[in-house]
Design a protein around this ligand. Structure first.
Ligand SMILES: [Fe+2]
Length: 508
C-alpha cells in the first residue's frame, strides 16, 4: 500500500469517529475497501448516521487493514447523481474500531431524501440513499415502514430485503438477532466457523460475513435502519462471567451498524433506547429488552427440554414477583412518560420479544415462554395499566423474536386478569428457522388462546406498516422459500386497525 502521510487529524464537516489517532494516512488501495457496503440509520427530522467500514479482505478479523488510521472522505447530496452536494467532510477510520466510519450528520432538512458516498484516495463506495424523518410538527398524510428480525445466515438467504427495497419503506426497524452466534446445526450456507464468537475478532468476522450478503447490503444502501439488540447479538442478560464477551459483542455490533450510542471500547453497556417521532402521525418507543432485564432462566422444575426446547415454564413464585423487571426502572419510567405524553395519532411500542400472553397447556400445566414478556408479568401489567388509561394516541405493539407471523388482539385474552386492550403484530424472521418443536406447541394451543387471531409459522419475511391519521395497515410479507436467492414474495395476510376502535380486522 502506498501511503501519503497526514499530520494531525483535522476533520472537516461533521464526524463522530470516537477514536481519532494522531496520524492518519491516505493509502492507495489495490482492492476495493468498501466490500461491506454503506448504510444509514438512527435518523431524526434533522440528523442521520452514515456508516461504512474499510475491509478489502472482509472475512479476515482485521479486514485486510493494518493498524494505521485512514482518512475517508464523505459527501451527501440532494440527487442520486451526487451533483448537488450539500455537506462533505473527512473522518478517520481507525483500527481500534475495525476501520469503521460513523458520520453523525446534522442540520439536515426534515422528510428529505439524501444520497451519500465515501471515498479514499483511489476508491469510491457505492452511492447510498437515506431519508430523514418528518418534522415533529408537520401534518404528514401517511408513511410506511418495516419491522424485521432474526436473520440466521446459515438458515437461508436474506432475500426478504430485496422485496423490502421494492416496497420503498421510509425506514426499517430491526428488532434484533441481526447476527446469530450459532447455526443450530443448519448447514444450508455456513458461518465462517461453527465456533460461537467470544472475542472481538470473532464477532468482527461474524458481522462481516453477514454484511457480505448482497440483499442485506442492498437494503442498507437504500433504507435507513433503526436497530436494537436481542439475545443472539450479544450475551444474554447480565451473566457477570460473560462480561468480556458481551463487551466485545457490543463493540463489533457498533462497528457494523449505522447507529449512535456506543459508549466506548470496554464499556459494558450500549445506549439503545430510541423514541422515533413521525410527525403528527406516530410515536414509536423502541425498547432495549436485554441490558436491564432480570434473569429469565427460572422455574426450572417445570422445564421439559423435549417441549419447545425447554423454553416454556410454569410460573413459579420467582417469576411473579412484583419487583421483577424486563426494562429496569429507568427505561420503564422513560416508556411510561412516552406513552402518557404522545401528541400523535398512534402510540407504538416496538419490543424485540412478544408482549401479549400465550398459554401452553402441557402435561396439565400452564406454561409460558420465558424469552419475552410472559416471564415478566408484573412489569407488563404496570405498562398495560398505562396503556389502558392513557388517552394519548391509539396504542399498538410491534415485536419479533419468535420467527413466525402473529396478529393478536389482547382484549380477547381469556383470563380477565391478563386482558390488555392493545393490538400486537409480531413479525416473522428474515431467515431463521421456526422448527416443528416450536411450531407444534403453538399450533396445538391456538384454541386456548383466542387473543391470537392469526398465526403463520411456515414462512419467513417481514411486516410492512402503512400508516395515516385514522388507519394502520399491516401486511405480512412472506417469502416463498428463503433457500432460493431469487425467492418470490406474497402477502400472507393484511390487517387493518382503525384509530379509536378496539382490535383489528384481517382484510385478506
Ligand atoms: Fe431470533
Amino acid at each position: 500500500m502506498k501511503r501519503r502521510a497526514f499530520l494531525g487529524s483535522t476533520i472537516l464537516g461533521l464526524s463522530a469517529t470516537t477514536l481519532v489517532p494522531a496520524r492518519a494516512s491516505a493509502p492507495e488501495f489495490s482492492r476495493n475497501p468498501f466490500t461491506l457496503g454503506v448504510a444509514s440509520g438512527d435518523v431524526t427530522d434533522n440528523s442521520a448516521v452514515l456508516w461504512t467500514r474499510l475491509a478489502p479482505e472482509p472475512l479476515q478479523a482485521d479486514g485486510g487493514m493494518d493498524s494505521s488510521g485512514v482518512l475517508v472522505n464523505w459527501e451527501i447530496a440532494l440527487d442520486p447523481a451526487m451533483s448537488r452536494i450539500v455537506q462533505r467532510g473527512e473522518s478517520v477510520a481507525s483500527s481500534e474500531l475495525a476501520h469503521s466510519v460513523h458520520v453523525e450528520l446534522e442540520n439536515l432538512n426534515a422528510n428529505q431524501e439524501y444520497w451519500y458516498r465515501f471515498s479514499t484516495t483511489s476508491q469510491h463506495s457505492q452511492i447510498g440513499r437515506t431519508k430523514t424523518l418528518p418534522d415533529t410538527k408537520s401534518q404528514l398524510q401517511s408513511l410506511r415502514f418495516v419491522t424485521a428480525s432474526c436473520q440466521n445466515y446459515s438458515h437461508g438467504y436474506f432475500v426478504a430485503y430485496e422485496h423490502m427495497v421494492k416496497d420503498k419503506p421510509d425506514f426499517v426497524i430491526h428488532l434484533g438477532d441481526y447476527i446469530y452466534d450459532t447455526s443450530f446445526g443448519a448447514t444450508f450456507r455456513k458461518h465462517e466457523t461453527e465456533k460461537r464468537p467470544e472475542t472481538l475478532d470473532e464477532f468482527r468476522r461474524r458481522h462481516a460475513l453477514y454484511k457480505t450478503d448482497e440483499h442485506l447490503q442492498h437494503a442498507h444502501a437504500q433504507i435507513p435502519f433503526f436497530t436494537t439488540i436481542d439475545n443472539h447479538d450479544a450475551i444474554e442478560d447480565k451473566d457477570p462471567d460473560k462480561a468480556a464477551q458481551r463487551i466485545a459483542a457490543y463493540q463489533a455490533w457498533y462497528e457494523h451498524m449505522p447507529v449512535r450510542g456506543f459508549v466506548g471500547p470496554g464499556a459494558n453497556r450500549f445506549d439503545l433506547l430510541r423514541k422515533i417521532q413521525l410527525g403528527n402521525l406516530a410515536q414509536i418507543s423502541l425498547l432495549d429488552a436485554r441490558q436491564f432485564r432480570d434473569k429469565k432462566d427460572l422455574c426450572r422444575d417445570s422445564m421439559d427440554s423435549k417441549f419447545g426446547f425447554g423454553n416454556y415454564r410454569e410460573r413459579c413464585k420467582e417469576i411473579i414477583k412484583d419487583e421483577r423487571s424486563m426494562l429496569g426502572k429507568e427505561q420503564e419510567s422513560w416508556l411510561i412518560n412516552n406513552l402518557q405524553n404522545n401528541s400523535t395519532s398512534w402510540n407504538v411500542i416496538a419490543s424485540p420479544g412478544p408482549f401479549l400472553p400465550f398459554h401452553f397447556q402441557h402435561g396439565g400445566k400452564d406454561l409460558r415462554y420465558i424469552g419475552a414478556w410472559d416471564a415478566y408479568p408484573a412489569n407488563r401489567k404496570r405498562i398495560a395499566e398505562v396503556v389502558a388509561q392513557s388517552s394519548s394516541g391509539h396504542p399498538l405493539i410491534l415485536s419479533g423474536d419468535v420467527h413466525s407471523f402473529w396478529a393478536l388482539d389482547g382484549s380477547l385474552t381469556r383470563d380477565p386478569d391478563e386482558r390488555i386492550p392493545v393490538v400486537e403484530f409480531v413479525t416473522s424472521s428474515i431467515s431463521a428457522n421456526w422448527p416443528e418443536p416450536l411450531n407444534k406447541p403453538v399450533m396445538d394451543n391456538l384454541n386456548n388462546n383466542p387473543q391470537v387471531k392469526f398465526y403463520e409459522g411456515e414462512r419467513r419475511g417481514y411486516l410492512l406498516h402503512e400508516v395515516n391519521k385514522t388507519e394502520w395497515k399491516t401486511t405480512a410479507r412472506a417469502m416463498q422459500d428463503v433457500k432460493d436467492n431469487q425467492s418470490r414474495a406474497f402477502d400472507a395476510a393484511n390487517f387493518l386497525v382503525r384509530k379509536g376502535e378496539s382490535g383489528f380486522t384481517q382484510t385478506s
